[in-house]
Structures are given as C-alpha cells and as structure tokens.
Design a protein around this ligand. Structure first.
Ligand code: FES
Length: 387
C-alpha cells in the first residue's frame, strides 16, 4: 500500500505486490469430490456462542470436498480424549443446501465427556475426525403432508434448524408451524435467525414456549399441554409432525397428539440423546425392559455368545441383539444409542458371524479388523467376543 498527498488530499494506492489474496475453495462441483466419512478430518472454521451453555462448531472438510446429507441427519465424531478413543453422534444443524460446511450445535452438560471437551478445547483451525453421515430422521426421506409441525425441546432443536434452513433455502411450498420449548428465554438457540424467518416468511409460524420466564417475556410459558397445543396449532391434526428433544418431552408430545386424535403414522421423532446417556451410564446397568427388536422373519435359533475375558457364556437367540442378551444376564457393558450410530458398544469378535445393521457407528477399518456393534448385531452362529 502507498500513501501520498495531493492538494491536501490523502490518497492511498493499493498495489497487489505483497498483499495476500483470498484463497477460494474449489467449488467446481463437476470435479469437487463428495466428502466421505470413515475418519475423514474436519477442520473447525468457526465457533459461535449460541447461549450461555451452547456453542456451534462449523467445520469444513480438511481436503476440498462438499457434504451430501439430508436435513435432520447426523454424523459421528471420533476423538481421543485423555488417551481414550470416544465416538459421539451429533445431528447436523446446518442445511445441505449450504454444502461446503457442516455445523454441530451442542450443549454443555454435567459429565458430558465429548461436548464439554469441545466447548473447552476445540478452536478454529483444529481438526477432528468424523465418520459418515447417516440417520433416518429427515423430512426429505418422507413424503410428508404439505403442512408440517416441528416440535423441539431444548437442544432437540438442531435437526429442526437444519430442516427449517432447508425449507427456506429451497423456497419449498410448505406450511410450517414450529413449537420450540426451552427452559428459559436465555436458553433459546438460534432465536435471531428463527425470528428473522418468522418475520420474513409467510409460511413460517413460530411459537416459543419457556418453562420459566419473568414478566418481560412475551412468548408462551409453562407446560405444553393439549390446551396450549390446540391454541397454538389449531390444525395440528392436518400436519406431519417432526419432534426432537429429551425423552420426557417426546413422550408428552406423543401422548398429546395421540389423545388428540392425531394419525400417529404422520409422527416422526429423533429418539436419542447420546451424550447425556453416555455421561450418566457409560457402563450401564441392564435394561429391565428389552430394547426394541426389529421384525425378525425366519426360524429363531439359539446361539452361544462367549465373553473371552471372563469366560462367561450367554445364550442369545437369532432374533435378539447380542447387547440385549448380555444385559439380560446382569452384565454391565458400555452402550449409548442402542441404534448402531455412536460406536460405544463396539466389541471385537474373534469367532463367529453376525447380522449387523450398523447405522454409521462403525468404521470400515474396524469392521475389517473384526469389530461389531453389539447393540445391532444378531448372531448367525456361536460367537466369541473380546469382552
Ligand atoms: S450403543 Fe451406539 S452403536 Fe451401539
């Protein structure tokens, strides 16, 4: 840059020499590779303080690539924290219509190993590994009615943010009502952005419901009951419902809708809260009730699962998951999502064969080394596990 003076006017001459230029990413979609997970590094490019205990982390692929996913889907991060490998699944809050980055929005919580580590340590320029993107909770996977009701409680807002951004970016002809529950007004995530949509989109009706709020709060407060639901969404019976939040929130939502005469085949929910469940029960005690078992067709055969470290042998039927059978014997083993997504229940199988329905929670390389996810594996022979 040159500075000079002419007729008392200061002038600045810019010159290209010695000036750095913008380094644009490769956005030639013809040639730009699609991001593939399986430990593909993500670079953190932005950290946003959303609320007093929520941060958003924006990532780009370390190598030029674009992300293909559906609004509401999730990815699993793979980190080494204090020498221990940990995997955690997070819904992507950003929209696939902005495919060069993905955003994970997470809430700090007591005992939350991965989220708290991210809050305390992850900064712009850092890289972390991630597995593939997956999941079946997405409006884009269904053929929903033209009227949609989004319901979220607390940090269950993340898939709803992705869906909302997707609807807006693509100008989709849809009538959206969004009921967003939070503890207090200070806990509302993405409020400025949602308010913007509410003011500028004719098809977006937004209702905040806070458990506790002082007299300055202009939105709803209190418990979401059938009276409030009917008042806020009088035509809820005509809508496709997407719901995400803590278990108790979703149970209440289902109950309200069901009792109100809603066709529950139009109800969809995201039913996991991995970070909190692993924080509380990383070596969880057995379930009293069996976990949901997928429909099983064919002859039920009983096999033996041997845990090589203790020599214990466990009967396991071919229509039952190995995790469930182990738990029925009163043996505590690590698990979190019970859906093949988080990788917490990973165990090495040294003998035998299984049918496994991993939903992105297992690296290809680990599978090749003989690891299985016990929560979604059904034996097809006797099995020996390194447990
Ligand atoms: S418990 Fe999450 S993959 Fe098995």
């Amino acid at each position: 840059m040159l500075l000079g003076c002419y007729n008392d006017v200061l002038f600045v001459l810019s010159c290209r020499v010695n000036m750095s230029s913008i380094n644009f990413p490769n956005i030639d979609h013809e040639n730009l590779p699609k991001w593939e997970g399986d430990l593909a590094p993500l670079e953190c490019i932005e950290v946003i303080e959303e609320t007093h205990n929520v941060k958003s982390f924006r990532f780009k692929s370390k190598k030029d690539a674009w992300f293909q996913f559906l609004p509401g889907q999730h990815t699993t991060l793979f980190l080494n924290i204090n020498g221990t490998d940990v995997m955690r699944t997070y819904t992507i809050a950003s929209s696939p219509t902005r495919p060069h980055t993905i955003t994970i929005t997470s809430k700090r919580m007591d005992g939350g190993i991965v989220t708290n580590w991210m809050h305390d340590n992850l900064k712009v320029g850092d890289c972390i590994d991630a597995l593939n993107i997956g999941g079946s909770f997405s409006v884009a996977l269904d053929k929903p009615r033209r009227k949609v009701l989004l319901m979220s409680g607390g940090s269950g807002i993340t898939p709803m943010l992705s869906m909302t951004r997707y609807f807006v970016d693509l100008a989709i002809d849809v009538d959206i009502v969004f009921v967003y529950n939070a503890q207090t007004p200070e806990d509302l995530i993405g409020k400025y952005e949602l308010d913007y949509y509410a003011h500028h989109q004719t098809n977006f009706d937004l209702h905040y419901v806070c458990d506790k709020a002082d007299s300055s709060w202009q939105g709803e407060s209190g418990f979401l009951d059938s009276k409030m639901l009917t008042r806020l969404v009088p035509d809820f019976l005509e809508r496709e419902v997407y719901c995400c939040g803590p278990e108790a929130y979703m149970v209440n939502a289902q109950d309200l809708l069901d009792k109100g005469g809603f066709d529950m085949s139009c109800y969809h929910q995201e039913s996991f809260d991995i970070e909190s469940s692993t924080a509380q029960q990383n070596m969880a005690e057995p379930h009293e009730e069996p976990l949901d078992v997928p429909e099983f067709s064919g002859e039920v055969v009983e096999y033996i699962v041997t845990l090589s470290e203790t020599g214990k042998t466990i009967p396991c039927q071919s229509n039952t998951t190995i995790l469930d059978s182990i738990q029925k014997q009163g043996i505590g083993v690590p698990f979190a999502c019970s859906m093949g997504m988080c990788g917490t229940c990973r165990a090495k199988m040294t003998k035998g064969t299984v049918d496994m329905d991993a939903q992105g929670g297992l690296l290809k390389s680990h599978e090749e080394e003989g690891y299985i996810l016990t929560c979604c594996s059904h034996p097809t022979s006797d099995v020996v596990l390194d447990l």
